[in-house]
Ligand binder design. Structure first.
Ligand code: PLP
Length: 441
């Protein structure tokens, strides 16, 4: 049967039955590991439908959604304009395998928002975007070593799944079985927000390093914004050594602002990153992602250049329609509303946790935030790991039982949408005191 649950107050029989069926035919019963609830225990909820800020599961429970598909649903679920665009696109065919106008329009929309972008290539997932950006950086520089930061997630790309090696410029061990040591050996993992570590790695390996890839403002160890000057230091050091800087905006892109984290932090001293990657919001809930940068760099890609990259479904007409409608719907009012909602929920959570004596810290990247179940500023992955994950698990399940679906891990941002109206926010706020009491134990 399902994972034994200590939280039987809400009916979850239909979800449990589906999980059992799923486990027979799918590893762990899920198609992306975090969905299995392993960090928090209990039965993951199988969702039957979603509208605006609300999820409805197969048992008929309703939840205010604070996952928002891990970022894409910035306008809320089944937004009427996006739905209409998808329906319209679908009536005209699902996939052509030849160029179509929507691809051009989506690329234009993205390029018009992020000033340093001249060209983008569309792909199907954030993973593909970072994988392809990496290949392009290696192809353009003729070097193979990649620098990434511990706690930054860039999708399940072999050389980027190498994570925390200890110390400065440690060649990492693979973080996953199946990643060859050779792939990990070409990755240097450094502590985030540590300029000296970057300097040291470049001093030793500078002429082998193709690129530094960083989350524009990390959200995958919880929200850990770059310290002032950190992005500029990356720009300076990479330039000095002829390496490229890749800013991964898969999570922050078109969420932190209309121009993503770049739009919020502004151009680093010394110039813009060479390459950007995007996903999530730009697909509006469908598989669409992109990588891009200066035209001279992108000219290295096939068919113009020697770096191969392709995709049967890349630029899919239905996905691009959803992405376009979503980006066009991301007005100033949308960003304002997201900010209001995020602050109301974060303030409420912090007040409730404080009232119950639960150590915590809220960190922000624009209106993107997460709650760390520990005290004090979190500057890197080591800090982020020092959390009371058991307290988070109790908090999570109390919220779930009260109809609020948080990300099932304390290392994740809490995502809100512009469709989170006052009723949805009130519902979250009303649940927080009991959840904080549960966290206190
Ligand atoms: N890069 C970042 C910053 C991400 O947050 C993610 C996914 O969470 C990815 C890349 C990978 O994207 P995808 O899950 O679409 O492959």
């Amino acid at each position: 049967t399902s994972t034994p649950t200590e939280h039987p107050t809400v009916h979850d029989e239909a979800s449990a039955a589906l999980l059992q069926r799923a486990r027979a035919v799918t590893p762990g019963g899920v198609n992306s590991p975090v969905r299995a609830f392993r960090a928090v225990g209990g039965t993951p909820r199988f969702i039957a439908s979603a509208k605006g800020p609300w999820l409805t599961d197969v048992d008929g429970n309703r939840y205010v959604d604070l996952i928002c598909s891990w970022g894409p649903m910035i306008l809320g679920h089944a937004h009427p304009d996006v739905l209409a665009a998808v329906q319209q696109a679908a009536t005209q065919g699902f996939s052509f395998g030849t160029p179509s106008e929507n691809e051009v329009a989506l690329a234009e929309e993205i390029v018009s928002r992020v000033a340093p972008l001249e060209q983008v290539r569309l792909v199907n997932s954030g993973t593909e975007a970072t994988m392809s950006a990496l290949r392009l950086a290696r192809g353009a520089t003729g070097r193979s070593t990649v620098v990434k930061f511990a706690g930054c997630y860039h999708g399940h790309v072999d050389p980027l799944l190498a994570a925390a090696g200890s110390g400065v410029a440690t060649f990492a061990l693979p973080d996953s079985a199946g990643v060859p040591a050779s792939a990990a050996h070409e990755t240097i993992v450094l502590p985030y927000n540590d300029v000296a570590a970057v300097e040291a790695a470049f001093a030793e390996h500078g002429d082998e390093i193709a690129c530094v890839i960083t989350e524009a403002s990390p959200g995958n160890m919880g929200v850990v914004p770059p310290a002032p000057g950190f992005t500029s230091a990356l720009r300076r050091i990479t330039k000095e050594h002829g390496a490229l800087l890749i800013s991964d905006e898969v999570m922050t892109g078109f969420r932190c602002s209309a121009a993503g984290w770049y739009g919020l932090e502004g151009e680093p001293e010394g110039g813009a990153p060479d390459l950007f990657t995007f996903g999530k919001v730009m697909g509006g809930g469908f598989p669409a992602a992109a990588f891009g940068g200066r035209a001279d760099l992108l000219a290295n890609l096939a068919p113009d250049g020697p770096v191969y990259q392709a995709g049967t479904l890349s630029g899919n007409p239905v996905a691009t329609a959803a992405g376009l409608a979503t980006l066009r719907g991301c007005t100033a009012e949308v960003y304002d509303r997201i900010g209001v909602v995020a602050h109301a929920i974060a303030d409420g959570a912090s007040a409730a946790l404080t009232a119950h004596g639960v150590p915590h810290t809220v960190q922000w990247a624009g209106s993107m935030f997460s709650v760390f179940f520990r005290e004090g500023a979190v500057r890197n992955y080591e800090d982020a790991k020092a959390q009371d994950t058991a307290a988070f698990g109790r908090f999570f399940h109390s919220m779930l039982d009260q109809g609020v679906h948080l990300p099932p891990s304390s290392y994740e941002a809490w995502f809100v949408s512009a469709s989170h109206d006052d009723a949805a926010v009130e519902h979250v706020l009303a649940a927080l005191p009991a959840a904080a009491a549960a966290a206190a134990g």
